[in-house]
Design a protein around this ligand. Sequence first.
Ligand SMILES: [Ca+2]
Ligand SMILES: [Ca+2]
Ligand SMILES: [Ca+2]
Length: 295
Amino acid sequence: MHRREHMKGRLPGMYAPCLLLGLGLGCTMANPEFDAMALAMSGDSSGEDEGRPEEESGESGEAESGSESESGSESESGSEEETSEGAPGDACPVGDATLVACYPFEQPNAAADGSGKGNHAQAQALGLSPSLWGSALDCESSEQVKVSDSASLDIDLDLTLAMWVRPDGVPEGAAVWLDNSGQYGMFFDVDDGFVAWVLTVGDGYQKAIVEHEHIPIGEWSHIAATYDGDHLRAYVNAQPRADEEVDAGLSDNGEPMAIGYNYPGGERCVGLIDGLQIYARVLGQDELAVLAQQP
Ligand SMILES: [Ca+2]
Ligand SMILES: [Ca+2]
Ligand SMILES: [Ca+2]
């Protein structure tokens, strides 16, 4: 209980938000949860920074035909490293009806959802770099990879978030891997390390924190978070590293989901992301171990 209370009271967004990478971020955007909460409460989007593609006109789905090729296309083949497309950590298990989003990041300027649920991402610029599994989303050259709000992403209870990450440094502040704004997400924090969070209808923002030592810089790690209505757990390479008691179900809203940044215009991730998968159920450690196999 003490730990939970402690966590609830923290506002990690108070650290040095204005130093962030010259992105021109507003200081209030430093916390992946804080701004979401503010938005949820205010119901408007004033105060966002100017760089975001907040409201595209017309919900375009033509990302695949995007002709911007300045970033990403050079590394599609992933020839610099051993690649094994279809390895567990990258393949989408489409036979699993609880899989609601799956991004192997194999197409430049599009982040197609391989889950069959149609949660394709719109990307302003999606840069790819060689991965252990084909190509990965490159945080350096990707911007605003955003998935529209959908019923399948509005998971109300059982949840698993899983992805491969290869941070190329410790962020100044926070580096956001996933932000289903105001609902759930994961980020990398200069003070805490790997933070998994959920916003619940009962108890507000809750976190499970994995210390830095478990996420080596420059190496691939498989990170996962599960929530079952009672516990929020975080795993690295299928090893349990954090377990917090968390009450009640997940919150819901109409905001989009951001991959690799803090919606609407906050901190970006650092390094690479691959094999992002979201399930509307709790995967067991044995299943996470399959996802966490390196080729
Ligand atoms: Ca990939
Ligand atoms: Ca939503
Ligand atoms: Ca946010």
